[in-house]
Write a protein that binds this ligand. Structure first.
Ligand SMILES: Cc1ncc(COP(=O)(O)O)c(C=O)c1O
Length: 435
């Protein structure tokens, strides 16, 4: 039965949603055509809609969910925490345990503060970098996504010279210098004569489709930052728990600060975020060391370090730590199978498409050129084909977001069988669209 025929309840409720939620959704990226189904349950690698249809999920809660939906140790910990209380508004043991666990996970994390989203973590990290360095300007890469914080909300979608959102002022964007990913010489050129407080980047480009750093690019950037006295910030909101110790450990490059979101708050909860890094920088937040507010960088917030999210986050990181020798090889194996399988399909079918990704992340690019940065990932993208793949997958009970970026996220709940099914669907789609 077609998607529209089997999702009648979702269709009706979406019509109602449109009256109260702009665009009918809570986040534009969650919309897809013809209309989004309404999710009522998620377990393992599956989600179910209100009409009772089951989908294999390759979105996994915006990549937050690594251990699968409804992972029992987290659910149990959270249930227990509900009895004690979730939001005290005071320092609590859960937040301290969480902080220790985060610092244990990341090679560069000597101290950490919680934030309530990835966007907020980036906002405070940029402020902290400026405060510590006493410099105003910052570097940000084209096509990289760091959330909706004004100064980083620039050159996300293509074309990069269009405003990434209305409502941003020239003043907010003026001090953000745009940089090309995977092009160290290009970065050097653009920062010539600049005094930058920091350079921020996703070590693996996410929103443009999991594009990995090439040829020691991260190491080169680290050296450049050291030479030029610039702080290096890794936005590991996606990658932080996709590798043991984060992308920084995987690629062997230590940032000065790291920002986190998603998984760091226990996979399932809002209020998830963190800024961590070198103690001497983090201490710029410390009110004990800097009693005058005008001599420190502000950080805080009502729900920061609430016991529920801290406990969930602690539980997930501890589980990942305990199970890392099993979880990560498994995820890598599944990811490799998907990437290799896709490449084989495109070669077998003589179809021009590129495959990117690493570990548990993979993506398909219908582009004319090999995607290695924001420009090459976006400027020649065949949007119609990209959307057609999304519709095709939806018709076959496979779901991922966004409909205009074919990127896929794995969890330990996915199986070889899921990947095999996925690959056979891709092959069928390619056969239909060849020539
Ligand atoms: C790399 C990266 N940074 C920051 C963010 C923003 O995080 P949040 O949506 O929690 O504000 C995201 C969200 O998708 C992200 O992928």
């Amino acid at each position: 039965m077609s998607y529209e025929k089997r999702t009648l309840k979702s269709k009706a409720l979406f019509e109602r949603a449109k009256k109260f939620l702009p665009g009918g959704v809570c986040y534009a990226s969650r919309y897809f055509e013809p209309y989004p189904f309404i999710v009522v349950k998620a377990k393992g690698s599956r989600v179910w809609d209100m009409d009772g249809n089951e989908y294999v999920d390759y979105w996994m809660g915006h990549a937050a969910v690594i251990l699968g939906h409804g992972y029992a140790p987290v659910i149990e910990a959270v249930k227990e925490q509900l009895d004690y209380g979730t939001h005290f508004g005071y320092l609590n043991e859960e937040a301290i345990k969480w902080a220790e666990q985060v610092c244990k996970w990341f090679p560069s994390a000597e101290m950490v503060r919680p934030a309530t989203s990835g966007t907020e973590a980036n906002m405070y990290a940029i402020r902290l970098a400026r405060a510590y360095m006493g410099k105003r300007r910052i570097g940000k890469f084209e096509g990289h996504w760091h959330g909706g914080y004004d100064v980083l909300h620039k050159a996300v979608g293509y074309p990069f010279d269009k405003p990434a959102s209305l409502g941003l002022t020239e003043g907010q964007l003026r001090d953000t210098v745009l940089l090309p990913f995977n092009n160290l010489e290009g970065v050097k050129e653009r920062i010539k004569g600049e005094e930058l407080a920091c350079i921020i980047l996703e070590p693996v480009m996410g929103a443009a489709g999991f594009i990995t750093p090439e040829n020691d690019f991260l190491r080169g950037l680290r050296e450049l930052c050291d030479e030029r006295d610039i702080l290096l910030i890794f936005d590991e909101v996606v990658t932080g728990f996709r590798f043991p110790g984060g992308a920084q450990k995987f690629y062997g490059v230590k940032p000065d600060l790291t920002t986190l979101g998603k998984t760091v708050g226990g996979q399932y909860f809002s209020g998830a975020g963190a800024i961590c890094g070198r103690a001497d920088i983090m201490e710029k937040i410390d009110h004990l060391k800097h009693p005058n507010f005008w001599e420190r960088s502000f950080h805080g917030g009502t729900y920061t370090g609430n016991a529920l999210v801290a406990r969930a986050g602690y539980t997930v990181i501890r589980e990942l730590e305990k199970r890392k020798d099993e979880v990560y090889p498994y995820l890598n194996k599944l990811g490799e199978k998907a990437r290799k399988g896709l490449e084989d399909i495109f070669e077998r079918q003589g179809f021009k498409a590129y495959v990117t990704g690493v570990g548990s992340l993979f993506a398909i690019h219908f582009t004319e050129e090999r995607p290695r940065d924001g420009l090459t990932a976006l400027r020649t993208k065949n949007i119609d084909l990209t959307k057609a793949l999304h519709v095709f997958m939806l018709e076959n009970n496979v779901i991922y977001l966004t409909s205009t970026t074919s990127h896929f996220i794995l969890s330990v709940a996915h199986t070889d069988g899921d990947i095999e099914k996925f690959l056979s669907l891709v092959e069928e789609f390619i056969k239909q669209h060849r020539g």
